[in-house]
Write a new protein. Structure first.
Length: 112
C-alpha cells in the first residue's frame, strides 16, 4: 500500500493527522526548514486536516511517548529506514522499540 492510500483513509474518516518531528537540542536551528518540508509534504498529498508538532527530547522513542501522553493518538504511522543485518544490530530499530512500548497500532512505510 502506498502512502497516498493512507491519506485516502484519513479523508474517508475525517481523521486528524499530527505531523511530529522529534528534535534534539542541537537540532533546534533546523526547525524552520523542517516545518517548510512538512508544509510541502502536506501540499503534495492534499492533506487538509492536520497539525504540525515539534518535541525536543533526548531520543525519538521518548519523544513519541511524550507526544502520546499529550495527544493520545489512536494509531501511529511511521517511516522506517528498513535497516537489516549488521546495521540493524548496531543502530537498532526505533520502530521495534515503539511497537514494544507504546502498544498502539502502527503502520510503517519505507523512507526512500
Amino acid at each position: 500500500m502506498t502512502l497516498s492510500c493512507y491519506f485516502f483513509f484519513q479523508q474517508q474518516f475525517n481523521a486528524k493527522i499530527h505531523l511530529l518531528r522529534i528534535l534534539k537540542e542541537r537540532d533546534e536551528h533546523k526547525r524552520d526548514s523542517i516545518f517548510n518540508a512538512m508544509q510541502e509534504f502536506v501540499e503534495q498529498h492534499g492533506i487538509s486536516n492536520f497539525a504540525v508538532h515539534f518535541i525536543t527530547d533526548k531520543d525519538v522513542e521518548k519523544g513519541v511517548e511524550h507526544f502520546n501522553q499529550l495527544e493520545e493518538m489512536d494509531i501511529l504511522c511511521m517511516g522506517t529506514h528498513k535497516r537489516s543485518g549488521i546495521e540493524h544490530l548496531l543502530k537498532g530499530s526505533i520502530t521495534e522499540k515503539l511497537v514494544n512500548h507504546l502498544r498502539k497500532p502502527m503502520i510503517t512505510y519505507h523512507l526512500h
